[in-house]
Design a protein around this ligand. Structure first.
Ligand code: G3I
Length: 360
């Protein structure tokens, strides 16, 4: 078995059908206390700085997760305060935490338009952009070679509103290198860690709107082009930031996943949460709608293929990006995640349990 097969196995595909974690696949993690869950690993985005100060937060992650991913830390803004600096404190801390608790860390993210430090605006030419991107990915992926089984190599590459001839989102990379930055990022990541699962991660593809249909099509076209040219790519990350007040396009999403699988690519859910700013005020009612929406989404995906992992973007309502963009008009706190602000499980956690055990 090749190393990459181990890794993909560890991300879910090779776990025993009994639901127990296969000791061979988990390698050196066997002796550790991995939370009892189903065959599909569950994980959450973590704010690493809180692990040392908030015991209940840390315990919630230990109790529920098999995977962690830094909500920040590996983004250029955090890692590269200046051109000649790499600050690895946060990801080093998180991967140690993962190791100590029998979890694995996913890497997020290497090439994105967002969270870029100002100095990158001075990258003036294509050759400079290529040099910077290659240097960054080689250094970061190389540092964690063999330890981070899965990377969001390219994040949110599809234009918000794709139009013919303009389907790739603007970024320093796209502006300097054109679409070829995507291939460059993937090839560089593969060279830095041939064992890692390389992922293209995107959002806003699951609703019954023309925008989502166009985004799905643009993403499929990109994947097809990369596969046709043998660019190393192993999976598509469906973020799943679900607007709670919008239906899921179950048929469209299932068909999308089937097409992705037909290209011999895996699918994983990378950033699930339910944006609840337009949902009912009463907490019980809101939690039911949140859970039902996630259920619709996960069943549309699972009917077409077994996801290799399911991660939520945060674990407790105490810490979520959602109010940065989607505060409620009534001033009540958002409740987008599986645990409430006191780290008690809500209906959404039951849905996650159901789908992570679905393949048993
Ligand atoms: O920690 C600092 C704090 O010290 C400072 O006082 C404060 C003032 O602005 O900022 C705090 O940092 C913020 C950080 O979130 C806190 O977690 C940053 O400003 C803010 O930009 C950062 O936003 C993150 C955003 O990505 C941009 O990096 C969100 O937490 C994070 O949830 C969000 O995650 C993205 C994924 O990477 C990609 N998909 C969508 C997802 C949600 O937007």
């Amino acid at each position: 078995m090749r190393r990459r097969d181990f890794v993909l196995g560890a991300m879910g595909a090779g776990l025993a059908s009994t639901g127990a974690l296969d000791p061979f696949v988990r390698g050196d993690l066997t002796a550790r206390a991995v939370p009892a869950r189903g065959p599909i690993p569950y994980g959450a985005a973590v704010r690493t700085d809180l692990l040392d100060t908030e015991f209940d937060y840390k315990q919630a992650i230990v109790d529920h997760c098999q995977l962690v991913v830094g909500e920040g830390g590996l983004k250029w803004f955090d890692l590269r305060p200046s051109q000649d600096q790499f600050v690895f404190d946060q990801p080093d801390r998180l991967i140690d935490f993962a190791d100590q608790n029998g979890m694995q860390m996913r890497g997020h993210t290497l090439a994105w338009y967002g969270a870029m430090p100002d100095w990158t605006n001075s990258i003036g030419s294509a050759s400079e952009a290529e040099r910077e991107l290659v240097h960054h990915i080689t250094t970061v992926v190389g540092r964690y070679r063999g330890r981070v089984p899965s990377w969001d190599v390219v994040n949110e590459a599809i234009a918000e509103q794709p139009e013919s001839g303009a389907t790739i989102r603007g970024s320093i990379w796209q502006e300097r290198l054109g679409k070829r930055y995507i291939e460059l990022a993937l090839r560089t990541a593969a060279a830095a860690d041939p064992s890692a699962q390389l992922v293209i991660n995107d959002y806003n593809i699951e609703n019954p709107t023309q925008q989502c249909r166009d985004r799905r099509q643009a993403l499929l076209d990109l994947l097809r082009d990369l596969k046709d040219r043998d660019v190393p790519l192993h999976a598509v990350g469906i973020q799943g930031h679900l607007p709670g007040d919008m239906d899921i396009d179950k048929e469209g999403l299932s068909r999308f996943v089937e097409t992705v699988k037909g290209m011999q690519l895996d699918v994983l859910v990378t950033e699930l949460d339910v944006i609840d700013n337009k949902l009912p005020a009463r907490e019980y009612d809101r939690d039911q709608v949140v859970a039902a929406r996630a259920h619709e989404f996960l069943s549309a995906i699972s009917e077409a293929a077994r996801p290799s992992a399911i991660l939520t973007w945060g674990i407790t309502d105490r810490y979520t990006w959602v109010p940065m963009w989607f505060k409620r008009d009534d001033g009540k706190p958002n409740r987008p995640l599986p645990l409430d602000a006191g780290c008690r499980p809500k209906a959404l956690m039951k849905v996650i349990d159901e789908f992570t055990r679905a393949a048993e």
